[in-house]
Design a protein around this ligand. Structure first.
Ligand code: SF4
Length: 199
């Protein structure tokens, strides 16, 4: 039987459990078993906990994702609960309504799970692999930079800038990732560079 049980009901049942044990000793074991079967096991027992970052906004709250099923055994991870990470320095376990509803986003039919490409002239997107997607992005960036890179301005001053491509970085990253991203992007000469934190 799948019963919702409140904290108050649990305390009552725990007290009842003591009484039930006594009842069992007196030969009323059936009552004790019925009471025990009415208490739902703690739902987070024996599941996989995965730490992650909320996908929604620039605050970057820490979350814990709970799943059943072992990936190591080739099983599919079935995510059934998401909550704030009490050990995370940003949010200390709290989540705003959007973060608290992350489970709905995880299971949304419309959630994008793969890179998608709409080829020139096509009216639909098709799924591509990450290798194809990253190779294509690198190719297009290189070609565009080769074509539009400005080494010197009209006065002959060295500027080394690339204005025809922009980069939007993720906000929910570590300081180290953000530092590396900044160095890579700026080293190309790209000036149009912003962060999801300002979106
Ligand atoms: S839980 Fe709310 S405040 Fe925190 S990162 Fe997600 S959307 Fe932003």
């Amino acid at each position: 039987m799948n019963m919702e049980i409140s904290r108050r009901q649990f305390m009552k049942s725990a007290g009842g459990g003591v009484a039930g044990t006594t009842l069992g000793a007196l030969g009323f074991g059936g009552i004790e078993a019925a009471l025990a079967s009415s208490i739902r096991p703690f739902k987070l027992t024996g599941v996989t906990e995965t730490r992650n970052t909320c996908t929604y906004c620039a605050v970057g709250c820490g979350i814990i994702i709970y799943s059943k099923g072992s990936l190591a055994k080739g099983e599919r991870a079935d995510i059934f609960h998401v909550e704030g990470d009490a050990d995370h320095p940003t949010n200390r376990g709290t989540l705003c309504p959007k973060g608290a509803a992350l489970l709905d986003m995880v299971h949304a039919e419309t959630r994008l799970k793969h890179p998608m490409l709409r080829k020139p002239g096509s009216d639909k997107f098709e799924q591509i692999s990450w290798d194809v997607a990253l190779d294509r992005i690198a190719r297009l960036m290189k070609d565009d930079r080769d074509k539009n890179f400005v080494a010197r301005n009209r006065d002959g001053v060295t500027v080394n800038r690339w204005l025809s491509t922009g980069f939007l970085a993720a906000s929910a990253t570590t300081n180290e990732t953000a530092w590396t991203t900044y160095k890579v992007v700026r080293s190309t000469g790209m000036l149009v560079f912003d962060n999801q934190a300002r979106v």
